[in-house]
Design a protein around this ligand. Structure first.
Ligand SMILES: Nc1ncnc2c1ncn2[C@@H]1O[C@H](COP(=O)(O)OP(=O)(O)OP(=O)(O)O)[C@@H](O)[C@H]1O
Ligand SMILES: Nc1nc2c(ncn2[C@@H]2O[C@@H]3COP(=O)(O)O[C@H]3[C@H]2O)c(=O)[nH]1
Length: 716
């Protein structure tokens, strides 16, 4: 019995020990969990602190960004607004996020100044042929300027004038507004950036071109290391030549083409497409342009010089003179329909040679013929689309009677270049909106009045589920206000920052939303010009919508615009080269976006905008695609990022539809996307109407801007 009792006591003790051990283990476990939680919350607070620090830093940077430059000090007639943040970002590179929001830049010449620029009288400076050749070769040796058209280069050469700088002179100061491009004839200069010597430049080299080409402040300083003999061209002259050459060529070709019988009944936008597809070909005196009996599929218009038509009665006869062709005369029309056996010879008969505009059948078919038959079909069915009126919910929102004083701020959603975007509510109806408020004085200081008006005018009439809706605008003494549809899912940029990359099925969805937005805008002749993840907002369902129409413009179908504008990593080569651009620039940017969303990095990215432009000009084929980008996506990106705008998918016969039909989108339900029934790859967590957890925190602003009562915003 005693033994049994002892054994029982032993067992109870053992049980107690086990219980104690268990309790201890539990306490340890709890402690560990607590510690883990503490570590997690410590980590979170470090991340928060880091974010706040980065935010502060970014705000500091954007304060410095306010050093937008203005060209009025040398009154060159072009408005320039360029944020010069690169150097500051470079300095902060060790602590910045792996992903930093990118600033857009713009150099929109005001309309009246644009035309004034075109009427500038170019003042050639007389110089020897040897000097001309020397200057031309220097330009052709420059990475950026070699891409200009030869007639632009020769006009620049003609307008260059001599300039001397003695040893020790600071010819260019980093950060200044640039007003000349130079070519060194004799001497040596030293290039430095942030006081670090980068290189030296000797005879036969161009310098000072970057600030002029891209409307930014001087990217480096240049000091004479000896007495220097230079040639210079003024910014105003340089930019007039760039813009004028493109415009003149377009209007010259337009004049020639509109008088060709085959094209006489075509609408202007199709004529413009033909013009874009034309190639200029030159022939030496006596050279055959076409040969009798040869097969051909090219159509010709004589642009310059005289050509002779001769014809032989048979193979064995000598050709006999028939007539002369001059500027505006065309031949080979039949070749546009089917292969033509040339019925005569056309031979250049001009000591200065002959230049023809040529168009081949395949190009004509791809670009124009289908569009023509579509037009004809539409004409015969007299398709008149009903203008949809979007009244749903509008009446109960009672926007007509809504006044600024009815709006109550809930909290800040974001801070932009010109002010803040607040989550607000209409106190009468409790509807929630995003209210973008822009400081008028700041807009004027940056010469962005035209852009602010464009943004308002375009967004006000835009009705697409893939574009943030603008409901109403207000203004007071200090601010312009835009009452916008609120997208509480946050920016696609933030999601990309948190994820690093997206899977292709996700990118397919987001880019499809952009494609729908572009299909809408492009059909109305509007070019968007600032595509990037920063400008795509997610709604509660996870669909993305285009926002920030500050650079959008109604160009019109078949027309071009010449503004340098966009975000460096996303600008198309024709924008960089000032060739005139249109909706095709958006197709380019779409290729860049798809690449960036899949791989996490944009394809064209240098340490500063100039290097980025240089990489863009080298083209997409020079870019190595990461393995993560599938073959099919690579093909689509390469077709979107074609150097020649007219070859870009999305800009050809079926427009944006061609992109939708691309194999990368095979199986994608465009219909469900449009109806809003397709499930988004990610649904943001939005728990209530004022849940701003998908946005960063923005501290309140203490200073108020000055009044602006100049009245430029009358129509806002
Ligand atoms: N409709 C909206 N719904 C929710 N958030 C918005 C909305 N519009 C803007 N935001 C947020 O506010 C931020 C600032 O927007 P805003 O358009 O002023 O800035 P931005 O893109 O820098 O433009 P800007 O070029 O005009 O300075 C955006 O980055 C976005 O996070
Ligand atoms: N930023 C930069 N400019 C350079 C370099 N080498 C030569 N330059 C020239 O320095 C010039 C300074 O003025 P710009 O920025 O107008 O144009 C710049 C270039 O022409 C270089 O490595 N970096």
């Amino acid at each position: 019995m005693h033994d049994l009792r002892l054994a029982l006591r032993d067992s109870v003790k053992k049980l107690d020990d086990t219980k104690n051990t268990m309790n201890k283990l539990h306490t340890d476990y709890d402690n560990q969990i607590r510690k883990k939680d503490e570590v997690i919350s410590m980590k979170e607070s470090i991340i928060k602190e880091k974010d706040a620090y980065i935010l502060k830093l970014e705000q500091e940077i954007s304060k410095h960004d306010s050093t937008f430059i203005s060209s009025t000090d040398f009154n060159d007639g072009i408005d320039i607004s360029t944020s010069n943040r690169t150097s500051l970002l470079e300095e902060s590179s060790t602590i910045k996020h792996q992903r930093t929001k990118r600033t857009a830049i713009s150099a929109e010449p005001a309309q009246h100044k644009k035309s004034k620029d075109l009427h500038i009288v170019l003042e050639p400076y007389v110089k020897s042929d040897r000097t001309k050749e020397f200057l031309r070769d220097a330009i052709l040796n420059n990475d950026f300027m070699k891409n200009l058209e030869m007639d632009q280069i020769m006009s620049i050469v003609d307008c260059m004038y001599p300039l001397d700088h003695p040893d020790g002179d600071l010819i260019i100061k980093e950060g200044d507004v640039g007003n000349r491009v130079y070519i060194m004839e004799e001497g040596l200069v030293e290039v430095s950036k942030h006081s670090k010597v980068l290189t030296t430049i000797g005879p036969g080299r161009v310098f000072g071109e970057l600030a002029i080409l891209y409307n930014c402040t001087r990217t480096a300083s240049i000091k004479a290391l000896s007495d220097c003999k230079l040639w210079a061209v003024n910014r105003q002259t340089f930019q007039a030549i760039m813009m004028r050459a493109g415009m003149q060529k377009q209007s010259d070709h337009f004049e020639l083409i509109r008088n060709v019988k085959t094209f006489e009944s075509l609408p202007e936008d199709i004529l413009s497409k033909i013009i874009d597809s034309l190639a200029e070909v030159s022939y030496a005196d006596g050279e055959h342009i076409v040969r009798q009996g040869a097969k051909g599929d090219t159509f010709y218009v004589v642009a310059r010089g005289r050509a002779q038509v001769t014809q032989a009665k048979s193979k064995w006869d000598t050709p006999i003179y028939d007539r002369h062709l001059e500027r505006g005369d065309s031949f080979g029309e039949d070749a546009l329909q089917a292969e033509e056996t040339r019925p005569f010879n056309v031979i250049a008969d001009d000591p200065n040679g002959v230049t023809c505009l040529v168009l081949d059948r395949q190009c004509y078919r791809e670009m124009i013929a289908d569009e023509l038959s579509r037009l004809k079909r539409e004409e015969s069915f007299k398709i008149t689309r009903k203008i949809t009126t979007y009244t749903s919910g509008e009446e109960e929102r009672d926007l007509k009677n809504l006044r600024l004083s009815d709006i109550e701020i809930v909290c800040t959603l974001g801070v932009g270049g010109f002010g803040r975007v607040e989550l607000v509510q209409d106190t009468r109806t409790s509807y929630k909106y995003a209210l973008k408020q822009m400081k008028k004085q700041h807009i004027v200081a940056m010469k962005q009045q035209e852009h602010a008006m464009n943004e308002r005018n375009i967004m006000m009439v835009t009705r697409s589920d893939f574009i943030v809706r603008l409901y109403k605008t207000f203004k007071d003494r200090k601010y312009l206000y835009m009452l916008l549809e609120c997208c509480l899912g946050g920016e696609l940029w933030t999601l990309l920052r948190n994820r690093g990359t997206f899977e292709e099925f996700e990118v397919r969805f987001y880019s499809a939303c952009v494609i729908e937005a572009f299909a809408y805008l492009h059909s109305k002749g509007i070019v968007y010009r600032d595509l990037k993840p920063e400008n795509l907002l997610l709604d509660n369902k996870g669909y993305c919508k285009l926002v920030d129409f500050g650079f959008s413009k109604k160009v019109g179908l078949g027309k071009k615009t010449w503004t340098f504008c966009g975000t460096p990593e996303y600008v198309a080569p024709e924008i960089i080269l000032n060739k005139g651009h249109d909706m095709a620039a958006d197709c380019w940017a779409l290729g860049v976006l798809i690449f960036e969303l899949i791989s996490g990095n944009s394809p064209f990215s240098g340490p500063d905008p100039m290097k980025t432009y240089n990489i863009i000009l080298k083209g997409i084929d020079a870019i190595e695609f990461p393995r993560k980008v599938s073959k099919m996506a690579t093909l689509l990106i390469k077709r979107l990022c074609k150097e020649n705008p007219i070859e870009r998918i999305g800009y050809q016969k079926d427009g944006i539809k061609d992109i939708q039909k691309h194999q990368w989108f095979e199986g994608f339900s465009w219909e469900c996307l449009k109806k809003g029934t397709l499930a988004a790859p990610y649904t943001p967590k939005v728990e209530h109407e004022v849940d701003t957890s998908n946005f960063d925190y923005f501290p309140e602003e203490s200073t108020e801007p000055e009044d602006d009562l100049t009245g430029w915003d009358k129509e806002f």
